[in-house]
Design a protein around this ligand. Structure first.
Ligand SMILES: [Zn+2]
Length: 199
């Protein structure tokens, strides 16, 4: 079973040269053997555990060569680049909150499918777009994402070295967690077919 994903994304535009990014990630050991499918999916690389820091007790990660089932192996999957910004949230995340007053947008699922992402707070009137609300690290918006499987929410963080590798050519990156990622405004699961936890 896959307990979830650590998802990284650039905070501005994606790097213009995707192949150069993949080469850097391969050279530094985050990604290893390409998967037959989906495209731009990879097994975890030989230095995966030097690029991602697991907090707390040592993880029992299903890394390549250390796995009973290929289906459960830790993978690194690129999502995008999309032609325009997309938002990914966790399927089961709690409602986002207003940064100004803490208002909880309980109806977010019904409204986030609309093309217009403007979402002014009904209580304090603070203007915002969906990605700008406080999602407590369960959502992010970008044209490109890197989803790392087999990470329980909050269980692991990218190292400074990995963030440095990602920054080359594309500016800062951020990250969040999703057990079942959904891409908005369509609301589909970009990783369907992988091993997901059942609800
Ligand atoms: Zn507010």
């Amino acid at each position: 079973m896959n307990p979830g994903y650590l998802i990284l994304h650039p905070t501005s535009q994606p790097p213009s040269d995707l192949q150069a990014l993949l080469k850097r990630l391969s050279d530094t050991g985050l990604i290893g053997t390409p998967l037959p499918q989906p495209s731009n999916g990879f097994l975890a690389g030989p230095r995966f555990l030097q690029r991602i820091t697991f907090l707390g007790c040592s993880p029992n990660l299903p890394l390549p060569g250390n796995s009973e089932s290929a289906r459960a192996t830790c993978t690194v999957q690129l999502l995008g680049p999309y032609p325009a910004e997309r938002m990914i949230t966790d399927h089961n995340c709690r409602p986002p909150r207003c940064h100004g007053c803490g208002h909880s947008f309980r109806e977010w699922r019904d409204r986030i499918t609309q093309a217009d992402w403007q979402v002014d707070c009904p209580e304090c009137k603070q203007a915002a777009e969906w990605p700008e609300l406080n999602w407590r690290q369960t959502a992010g918006a970008a044209r490109l994402f890197i989803a790392i499987s087999q990470v329980f929410p909050g269980e692991a963080v990218p190292t400074g070295g990995l963030l440095e590798t990602l920054r080359e050519g594309s500016g800062d990156w951020a990250y969040f967690y999703a057990q079942q990622p959904l891409v908005w405004p369509a609301g589909n699961n970009p990783l369907a077919g992988e091993d997901h936890p059942t609800e």
